[in-house]
Ligand binder design. Sequence first.
Ligand code: MEV
Length: 305
Amino acid sequence: MMRACASAPGKVILFGEHFVVYDKPAIVSAIGLRAYVEAVKSDRGIVLDGWGGENPAVKASAYVTDRLGYSGGLNLRIRSSIPQSVGLGSSASVSVASAAATSLLLKGELDLELIRRAAHMGESLVHYRPSGIDTTIATYGGGGIYTRSKGFRSMSLNLDEILIINTGKARRTGDLVKRVKEFRDAHGEEFEKILEDAEGIIWEAVDALKARDLELIGRLMMRNQELLRRVGVSSKEIEDVIELCMRSGALGAKLTGAGGGGCVIAVAEDEKIPQLMEALGRRFEVMRCELMAEGVREDSFPDLP
Ligand code: MEV
């Protein structure tokens, strides 16, 4: 094979970000935005979009070349429809797609466990103690419950779409994970209680999703947001978006991903969605995003900007 292309989806965490770093369960879904990577053999190391420095995608690809005993070089090209640094797993998707394109090019197949591990190694370069949730969902797709020590259990989320509102403020996941660690170091007992509450919300949310009880899902999102606020990862931009969502007819909203800016997700009854999108769209980028999207796959390199 002369060249190979793979794509991987972005993600939203519906419940449980940050607490998942401390081995609590989180509910996550792949979304209908994707990163694409094309790999071509070369003789000059692994180069990503003309840049030869170290980064997660190059590291993920190098992990695969090492495992497959290939010592030549690779040129990798990226295209992505996932906004960067706003909590939608863009970096993990690029790492997964890089590892997958490399595996396709060298071996002609997608070894999902190899790809997930390779992408996790890549992400460990830039994140602080990544739980593995982003790389796991970008690899396997769909939706379900992820726990650091138990891995991924897929589950139907009973929701076809979710509203994603981009506050427009980019931030670094590692910085926010460190902020939560500082909170835990300073308030150990309170943090343990927050972890317990966070886990309780997950199990209530599983039942609410099974029953497709949007009102309860919304209320649980607000409770989850309160815990995230207490550990210091909300921000003025996030709170402003949540307030606007609630004033415009949403049943609940919360930050998704690391927080500190980034994206907010919201749920609403179908008939309220147009008015919500109209109100939010005047000030923010709003996406109505497919949930339960397909995981990593062989693909053709797209004509994206
Ligand atoms: C980032 O998408 C989710 C966090 O929980 C970090 C992680 O799980 O590695 C904030």
